[in-house]
Design a protein around this ligand. Structure first.
Ligand code: GRF
Length: 213
């Protein structure tokens, strides 16, 4: 099976990136990370990638700030790097910048994100805190395709995590993260096997469809 070529976008810690690197190294994921891009120079995830000999690129947002359509201009620079590395599937892994339609359209049906709640509950920032504040008894995490609406794209895989009486945002985040590290590589492997078919709002997990590059 041809390995799916990934570009991973991060802003920080990079623990999901690490889980993808590990899944590849353990032979559980038929993928190759061609490049890791960050909008933060000091993102810990960049060091994680470098340790594994993976190419990293920091795209500094500063010079773009003065330009008209600065967010699109920034995403064009990101897109140039992704294309240069022949990236087939874009993985958002704790990437804290809103992605513009320029990038979303270029990678329609070929960009995934992970979110620490059971979408469509608790989109946006501080999802774990939102779940606690709402008094939810169950939360979890979601891998979904990226569309124009933030955290709104077709859901690929979810995992549920019960909320405990004494949970804080931190303790809940830790338990959710364990599941994130399992389901993100799983979702990417389904893509690699050509088993994801987007059907309106839904992602159907099918026998196998040919991956279109
Ligand atoms: C994760 O909780 C992920 O769900 C959210 O941002 C966090 C990133 O963590 N989108 P890490 O950088 O992968 O450790």
């Amino acid at each position: 099976m041809a390995k799916v070529v990934l570009g991973v976008l991060i802003s920080g810690r990079g623990s999901n990136l690490q889980s993808i690197i590990d899944a590849i190294e353990f032979g559980k994921l038929d993928a190759r990370i061609a490049v890791v891009l960050s909008n933060k120079r000091d993102a810990l995830g960049l060091q994680r990638a470098e340790k594994h000999g993976i190419k990293t690129v920091f795209v500094d947002p500063k010079p773009f700030k003065e330009q008209p359509n600065s967010r699109e201009a920034y995403d064009q620079a990101m897109l140039d790097v992704l294309k240069e590395h022949r990236v087939e599937l874009v993985i958002l892994a704790g990437y804290m910048k809103i992605v513009t339609s320029l990038l979303i359209q270029a990678y329609e049906g070929r960009m995934m994100n992970i979110h620490p709640s059971l979408l469509p509950s608790f989109p946006g920032l501080h999802a774990q805190q939102q779940a606690l504040a709402w008094g939810a008894k169950v939360s979890g995490c979601t891998v979904h395709f990226v569309t124009e609406g933030v955290d709104e794209g077709p859901i690929i895989v979810q995992a549920a995590v019960p909320i405990q009486e004494d949970d804080t945002a931190e303790t809940l985040s830790v338990r959710i993260l364990e599941h994130e590290h399992r389901i993100y590589p799983e979702a990417i492997q389904l893509y690699a096997e050509g088993r994801l078919a987007i059907d309106g709002r839904r992602t159907r997990i099918v026998e196998s469809v040919k991956r279109e590059v």
